[in-house]
Each structure stands twice: as structure tokens, then as C-alpha cells.
Write a protein that binds this ligand. Structure first.
Ligand code: AR6
Length: 210
């Protein structure tokens, strides 16, 4: 069996570091009219491309379904990597309503906890916002300081990727602004090159820095 790769928080550049390092090679958007954020706020988010099950951080978020018994996409990857004890636990917490979030341990994952949320099917911004907010609140209530989100609802549930990213970034930005220093880092875990392009552009809009 091949050795599993694990990525630690210290290996993931903050958005501020990424922007400073790559701005000359990046497609830079005209953000003249965009309100700038502080360097501190830009250091509390990251974009990272890869398999969320490899992240050695406090919590990873699962894009689950109401039954919490596993499924395809990122849900399947998380349940496979965490092992059968995770599924035994999650079914005791079901059902999980759309927009709600529930927490379990990480079992065989490098992440300490998994926050399971159920995204809307199709474009329902209010419900998608609740997924991000409730997951962040749960992390905060459990003193978890680093959390990674997949692009909730944008796979099997067909939420348009760009519109979903706008909701994700806006909600996370607002939460971080309003909740002091309780969460050190929110990682947007991207799995496709098109999501990478979308986030590279939209981070320049929502987390614009000089
Ligand atoms: N790591 C990070 N992101 C991933 C991974 C991974 N290992 N695998 C896929 N993605 P989806 P949904 C990305 O379909 O749309 C399941 O069957 C993927 O590229 O996993 O919320 C559940 O049980 C996409 O950007 O979740 C539900 O029934 C994102 O994860 C239903 O699918 C979300 O895609 C939930 O659908």
C-alpha cells in the first residue's frame, strides 16, 4: 500500500503569503473599487488544492447528505479514509437537515475532527451560507482553530461553482471579521483546476490586499 501523504498547517501558505509570492505570475484582476482587508485578515485564509483527507489540521468539513451514512465525492473519500468507526458514529447523529452541521472525531484521518454539513441541491444561497456559518460556529464552540472546507454542493448537488465560491468567501469573511481571533485559519480546499482559477480570482475580490 502506498504511504499516505499528509499536509500540515505550517506547510499551507496564507492567502497573504500566496498573493505576495505569486502576484507577478497571476492573472491579476482590477480590484480598484474593492475595499481592502487588513494583512491580518488576509493571513487567516488560504486556498489549497488537493484531497481534503490529507490535511493534518483541527477540522475538515464534509459535504454530506441527510442520512450521514457516506456517499460519493468528498463524503465517500472522508468515510473511506476515516474508516468504519466514523460511519458507525455519523448514523447515530442522522438525520442532518440542509444547512445544519454536526461534529465527530476524525478517527483514522490526520484531522482531529470532521464537521458534517448538508449543502442545498442547486443554487440556494441562504442554505449554502448556513452550511458555512454553522460549521464555523461548531468549530468555534469546540475551540478548533483551523478548518478546511471543500466546495460544498458544487459536485453531485450541482450548485454553480462561481456562485458557490462567492457565498463561501463572503460568509467566511464576515464570520472572521465578527468573531475576533477564535479561528486562526480557514482553508478553501479545492479539487479541480477550474475551482482553483475561481478562488484565485475571487480571493482577490473578497480578501484584497495591497
Ligand atoms: N477532497 C476535496 N474536495 C473533493 C474531494 C476530496 N477528496 N472529492 C471531491 N471533492 P461533492 P456535493 C470536491 O459531489 O455537491 C455525496 O454523494 C468536488 O470536486 O462531493 O455537496 C454526498 O453523500 C466538489 O468541488 O458534494 C451527497 O449525497 C466538492 O468536493 C452529495 O454527494 C463537492 O462535491 C453531496 O454533493
Amino acid at each position: 500500500m502506498s504511504k499516505k501523504t499528509v499536509t500540515k498547517l505550517v506547510e499551507i501558505p496564507t492567502w497573504l503569503e500566496f498573493w505576495r509570492k505569486n502576484r507577478s505570475n497571476m492573472k491579476v484582476y482590477d480590484m480598484a473599487k474593492v475595499e481592502k482587508v487588513s494583512e491580518k485578515l488576509a493571513s487567516r485564509v488560504s486556498m489549497w488544492t488537493g484531497d481534503i483527507t490529507q490535511l493534518d489540521i483541527d477540522a475538515i468539513v464534509n459535504a454530506a447528505n441527510r442520512s450521514l451514512c457516506g456517499g460519493g465525492g468528498v463524503d465517500g473519500a472522508i468515510h473511506r479514509a476515516a474508516g468504519p468507526e466514523l460511519t458507525k458514529k455519523t448514523i447515530t447523529l442522522a438525520p442532518c437537515g440542509v444547512g445544519e452541521a454536526k461534529i465527530t472525531g476524525g478517527y483514522l484521518l490526520p484531522a482531529k475532527y470532521v464537521i458534517h454539513t448538508v449543502g442545498p441541491q442547486g443554487e440556494k444561497p441562504g442554505k449554502l451560507k448556513e452550511c458555512y456559518e454553522n460549521s464555523l460556529k461548531l468549530a468555534q464552540n469546540n475551540n478548533l482553530r483551523s478548518i478546511a472546507f471543500p466546495c460544498i454542493s458544487t459536485g453531485v448537488y450541482h450548485y454553480p461553482a462561481r456562485e458557490a465560491a462567492e457565498v463561501a468567501l463572503n460568509t467566511v469573511k464576515k464570520f472572521l471579521e465578527e468573531n475576533g481571533d477564535t479561528i486562526d485559519r480557514v482553508i478553501f480546499c479545492l479539487f479541480t483546476s477550474s475551482d482553483q482559477e475561481i478562488y484565485q480570482e475571487l480571493l482577490q475580490k473578497f480578501f484584497a490586499i495591497d
